[in-house]
Design a protein around this ligand. Sequence first.
Ligand code: SF4
Length: 403
Amino acid sequence: MPQLESQIKLKSLLKNYFSNLNGPIAWCTSAGPAEILRALGFQVYFPENHGALLGASRTAQRYIPKAHQFGYHSDVCSYLTADIGAWLMGETPLTKAYGLPAIPKPDLIVFNTNQCREVADWFSYFGREFDCPVLGVYPPRHLEKVTKADIEHVSQQFQNLIDLGEKIIGKTMDMDQLKHVLDLSKTGTQLWQNVLETARQHPAPLTFFDSCILMAPIVILRGTSECVDFYNQLLVELKSRLKTGFAAVPNEKVRIYWEGMPIWGRLRSLSDLFAENGAAVVSSTYCNSWIFDDFNSRNPIDSMASAYTKIFINRGENAKLALVKKQLTDFAVDGVIFHDSKTCFNNTNSRFGLPQRVRDEMGIDTLAIDGDLNDLRFFSDGQSKTKIETFIEQLKEKKPLLL
Ligand code: SF4
């Protein structure tokens, strides 16, 4: 597929971001309250992004065994094991890519267990390594409905974060600044949603595999004007693709939803495999996870508490099913691929009966493939190729009149 201008721009945007990570620095989970940290005056660094870089650069394989030797089980999140392993070996892909001698040293470490407990162990490890304050936000988990009491519980913890951050920074947080940052986050997340929704068109102008790369700014630059500018430009490009009927997958025949984590070390080969078979992966739970509808600068703390507690991974089984069903309808999906990610059961819904419920309630075919976000020992290229190609053929056979 011809490259978008935005894909080229992304490289310089990331270089600029990493080159400017000069203190004070806060580490934060990917769906943590980054807006509060920015408003306090921290530069924000995201270890999960580093974990994904280790996977995408396929260096994770070198580092994961080191963390296993250190005491982390092979079933434990391979972002964690790749990241800690790289640290123990004194290496980072940021050196080759951006000239950073090491990952940025934190002045404050913040995690939110809205996604999993693994982040608590992971971030606390680095708190000990750097002798750095660590603050955990512990929301109620796996909610069907998010209540006022749930939001108040999280808001209070965000207030504790503000108190601690103010002590470290040495000044009071400016509420107007928080509102400004949150407005930028809200605009950024709306633009990101608009970008993803371009794939509702037939044929889709971009796929899940493109979005996995293009999502970097909404994760690491959320709450900045750079993020907003990036998605504005990307949207202009995609809209022009929509006008010309540009197809990310030439001769798109079937449309697929990806449920679960990406397989970072196989993005390119999977993208090629689906394209060769006329299948466009048009939507995913993963990329949708950075759409935060509830952000509202008129009520910044509570609205952030609500948005970050409502993320897909933190929802009950009925809420998850409803969210997936909406995506399948909106994007006119023919089949769902569930990635059973060995080291992230938190984001692996194929183990909890979701495929059966999707099939029963929507009559849409599903396939589960074994793999992992970073640890490629759990992914078989040959077996997966056969399973995916067979699945796509089945989907094609089901809609012969449309082909
Ligand atoms: S959600 Fe999964 S991949 Fe992400 S940090 Fe937790 S265990 Fe790791």
